[in-house]
Design a protein. Structure first.
Length: 160
């Protein structure tokens, strides 16, 4: 499958499409209302990957003081493996760095090896676990963090 996608800031009109991707990827998806609130939140960054009007994936996070917390990253199942997640995370990392954050961090299911490999390829390090963080099924979360004082730019991830 060949896609030509662009990454842009999410708009409230994207909430329905984001909600559908969210429901297909997570056992406890965010509601459409919560997605709309996050898109409109001034401390949040919400990016989408789009191809001819169709949303392929998204990433969101919160900038708090000099820290950045990734909320969600999801890519349509049929579009996985095309570099969309890498591109979205690379751009989010660049935004966090540009805002002067000391680090960017996230949680991921310990069993989600594909996501863990993606984060490790971007320079994140597993720094611990949160016990029973997830439900359905109950599972620990691995905590991944990327500190900006010892990393290189992610410009290599900002192209198709």
């Amino acid at each position: 499958m060949m896609v030509e996608y662009t990454v842009r800031s999410a708009r409230p009109s994207d909430a329905e499409s984001i909600s559908l991707i969210e429901k297909s990827c997570f056992s406890h998806p965010w509601s459409r209302n919560l997605i709309e609130l996050e898109i409109e939140n001034s401390s949040a960054v919400f990016l989408v990957a789009e191809d001819n009007g169709m949303l392929l994936g998204y990433v969101s996070g919160q900038h708090v003081a000099d820290e950045f917390y990734v909320s969600n990253l999801a890519v349509r199942e049929e579009c996985r493996g095309l570099g969309i997640g890498t591109m979205l995370m690379g751009q989010l990392i660049d935004i966090a760095r540009e805002r002067g954050c000391a680090f960017i961090t996230l949680e991921v299911r310990v069993s989600n090896q594909k996501a863990r490999s993606l984060y490790e390829s971007l320079g994140f390090h597993a720094l611990g676990e949160r016990k029973d963080y997830y439900e359905d099924p109950r599972e620990n979360a691995a905590i991944y963090t990327l500190y900006f004082d010892d990393t290189e730019t992610t410009d290599e991830y900002s192209g198709n």
